[in-house]
Design a protein around this ligand. Structure first.
Ligand code: PHB
Length: 389
């Protein structure tokens, strides 16, 4: 039987070990996994997200809530077939604390499943797959970007107000394209318009000749489209080269012209798009962000950079609430869900499903900018169909 003194000594020893472990954990860096495309049609988007995230961390002196940050990266190539394997490289092999990813909706679905299965916190910094904050929603699943439905829905009333009655849609055949088209259809038809035809090309194909021929022959009042990255550059150039823009105006979710204007040049001038970010917001918050981003990367930021930046802000909000103790998952996630993010786009909150409730801007391409025209829909919340928490 140990004496009282021996027991007290043992307890003190145990307490010391717990304390030491705790201190070691606090001294360890927070491990952030970037699962992003660094090659292929969305490569520039992945880099912008990483740049934005790192800029915010640098602004906090290289730490989040007092913890150093260590980065691990995987190039997901926007390839859904490799999604599960790539997600598990970060989660199981590298044992990251949190995953930031990704751009492509199909890859993000695989990532969200892996994150849920392993109870890893995930911040989606682009992919709009409606299901992620719909049927697949969960306490550890967050998004700092949009649902595919959101910006596309907002274009519906805008296009109808311009007097357009009929529309053809054209996009890549995968979740992001299909869901953007569904969102536009909902907004447009609610406002009195009619989508008369849906055209698609396989992702990431950029052979647009046959869809352009079909648009020319069908003569709708307008075309609505979802393309992004390298594909958006080519589509806008081909649409202009085919001479369609004069008679059949082209509209889209703002990805069509974000981060792409340098390459699109004259072919993009005057295009109207809807998105949760715009150039020329001219708020002190956005001006400061843009100046810092410019200084750090010698580049103007785009929507992807903003989403990455806000992913870091969201993580900071969670970590601050638990004094950097990322082991307190439930408490950290509750704080993240309750946060108001002071975004360059304007402040936003998260819905119960974890998706931004945000203003959607109407923008017009002028030179190298997507100049804000007005707020198309204020504080638009995704309906989060199928999310049960
Ligand atoms: C998507 O796949 O969800 C996606 C990709 C690129 C974008 C927007 C959405 O610019």
């Amino acid at each position: 039987m140990p004496s009282t003194t021996q027991r007290a000594a043992r307890l003190a020893g145990a307490a010391f070990l717990v304390l030491a472990a705790h201190q070691a954990q606090a001294a360890d860096p927070v491990k952030v996994g970037f699962m992003l495309p660094y090659s292929g049609t969305y490569a520039a988007l992945g880099t912008a997200i990483e740049n934005g995230f790192k800029l915010y961390v640098q602004q906090q002196g290289g730490k989040l809530a007092g913890r150093e940050v260590e980065y691990v990266k995987v190039d997901d190539e926007s390839n859904p077939a490799k999604g599960p394997e790539n997600a598990n490289r970060l989660i199981k092999r590298d044992k990251v604390d949190v995953v930031i990813g990704t751009v492509h909706s199909g890859v993000a679905m695989a990532l969200a499943k892996a994150a849920k299965d392993s109870d890893t916190t995930l911040i989606v910094a682009n992919a709009g797959a409606d299901a992620i904050t719909g049927p697949m929603c969960g306490p550890g699943i967050f998004r700092t970007s949009f649902t595919n439905w959101q910006p596309a829905y907002a274009m519906g009333p805008v296009a109808a107000a311009k007097g357009h009655k009929t529309a053809i849609t054209v996009t890549w055949k995968y979740a992001a394209g299909d869901e953007a088209v569904a969102g536009f259809r909902e907004g447009f038809e609610k406002s009195g318009g009619k989508v008369v035809k849906d055209l698609t090309v396989p992702f990431p194909n950029v052979e647009f000749q046959s869809v352009l021929t079909e648009i020319a022959a069908s003569k709708p009042d307008m075309v609505f489209t979802f393309f992004a990255g390298g594909g958006a550059v080519k589509f806008v150039q081909d649409y202009a080269a085919a001479g369609l823009g004069k008679n059949i105006p082209l509209y889209g979710s703002g990805f069509l012209t974000d981060g792409t204007l340098q390459a699109q040049g004259a072919s993009a001038q005057g295009l109207l798009t809807t998105l949760h970010y715009a150039d020329g917001l001219n708020t002190p918050r956005d001006n400061a962000f843009r100046a810092d981003y410019n200084k750090a990367y010698k580049l103007a930021p785009d929507v992807y950079a903003v989403q990455g930046y806000d992913a870091a802000q969201l993580l900071q909000a969670g970590l601050a609430a638990v004094q950097g103790d990322i082991g307190k998952k439930a408490e950290m996630r509750r704080a993240m869900r309750a946060a108001t993010i002071d975004s360059p786009r304007g402040p936003f909150t998260l819905s119960a499903a974890g998706n931004p409730v945000q203003d959607i801007y109407l923008r017009k391409v002028e030179g190298l900018e997507n100049k804000v025209v007005e707020v198309a829909v204020k504080q638009l919340a995704d309906p989060a169909r199928g999310c049960k928490l």
